[in-house]
Design a protein. Structure first.
Length: 194
């Protein structure tokens, strides 16, 4: 029995020396085998200076509620301040109307005025509604206070009942109304598909 105790004591004494030495060896390999500092930044200095001169937000997102209770959310890949306006690129707007209709708007670029709360989306703008309308136009003007949407020029519409073209489209909630109305005007042509 006494020899077992002696063997155990020798083993513990041996570990008291070996374990700290092993820990020291592991720590030294971390420093010896550490990677050298990375190369220079992959962003050119000129681009860094441009970013510093021209502030911008990436992945900007704004949301709110209109006077009629519709929920609007606008997301832009980049947004830059320009006086009282925001210049936005690769913009996506989502509107959930109180009557249950969902409207998605996508455009290449745009401008949002902070004072008037008007968003003017330019470039090819695409509008899709949850009740089956798909539209393309040169631009969209959206009033973020009232939720009124107006096309900025002629548009082509794929509707549940066929195909139509119009000079202008307006989506709004009439005064005293309880849902949004979509109005096509200025030279409407309809190809009805029964």
């Amino acid at each position: 029995m006494e020899s077992d105790d002696n063997l155990y004591s020798q083993f513990v004494g041996f570990l008291k020396i070996i374990l700290p030495l092993a820990a020291l060896a592991l720590m030294s390999t971390v420093f010896l085998l550490a990677r050298s500092p990375t190369q220079e930044s992959s962003i050119p200095q000129a681009e860094i200076e441009e970013i510093a001169r021209e502030p911008r937000l990436s992945g900007a997102r704004v949301s709110g509620v209109t006077e009629d209770g519709s929920v609007i959310e606008i997301t832009a890949q980049t947004a830059r301040p320009n006086g009282n306006n925001w210049l936005v690129e690769t913009i996506y707007a989502s509107i959930d109307a109180v009557d249950g209709v969902h409207i998605d708007i996508r455009a290449g670029q745009g401008e949002i005025n902070n004072t008037t709360r008007i968003a003017r989306l330019t470039g090819l703008a695409r509008v899709e509604t949850s009740d089956g309308y798909e539209m393309e136009t040169a631009g969209i003007i959206t009033n973020l206070t009232t939720g009124r949407i107006v096309s900025d020029g002629a548009l082509e519409i794929q509707a549940p009942f066929g195909f139509l073209t119009a000079g202008e489209m307006i989506i709004e909630t009439p005064i005293g109304g309880n849902g949004q109305v979509m109005l096509f005007q200025n030279g409407v042509r309809l190809v009805y598909t029964p």
